[in-house]
Design a protein around this ligand. Sequence first.
Ligand code: SF4
Length: 171
Amino acid sequence: MSGHCRPRIAVSSCLLGNPVRYDGTDKFNDLICNHLAKQFELVAICPEVDAGLGIPRPPVRLTGNPRQPLALGVEDVHLDVTSALTRFTRSWLTQAKAISGLILKSRSPSCGLWDTPVFDPHGEIQSRGPGLFSRIVIQHHPQLPMDDEIRLADPRHCAIFIRRVQQYAAR
Ligand code: SF4
């Protein structure tokens, strides 16, 4: 299959081995880089870097109302990157029309799909849900196939995701 006809999917940049995490490390994922890369054209996205937060950067976590949490600094609670992340994500939504799927990093305050902790003001985990980037993309593109690297490690689940992406691309 030639490169141009493979379905294009966006992937959290750290999963592709790019050193974009807050501490300048990556989360290289062999399954995505060496298996799924043969079937899909992979496009890197890092909402935090693309929002201009830099590398390295202070770590953030979701805090407050679980339905509308803020992304606040872990060490500096006065650091609030919610607006920057939201602004970037809204500008990125048009690019979502050119992809057929998303693979996102689990538990991230930006990329997590369903398991990102949301903290209360005392620093206790009160719930889990999507990160800021994922939340907005899900709202605007609910049919777009999305998954994270933890669920894709299950071969049966991975096969389902591949089929969903192929079906979405063939619409
Ligand atoms: S989880 Fe998302 S925001 Fe965090 S480093 Fe990876 S791509 Fe960037």
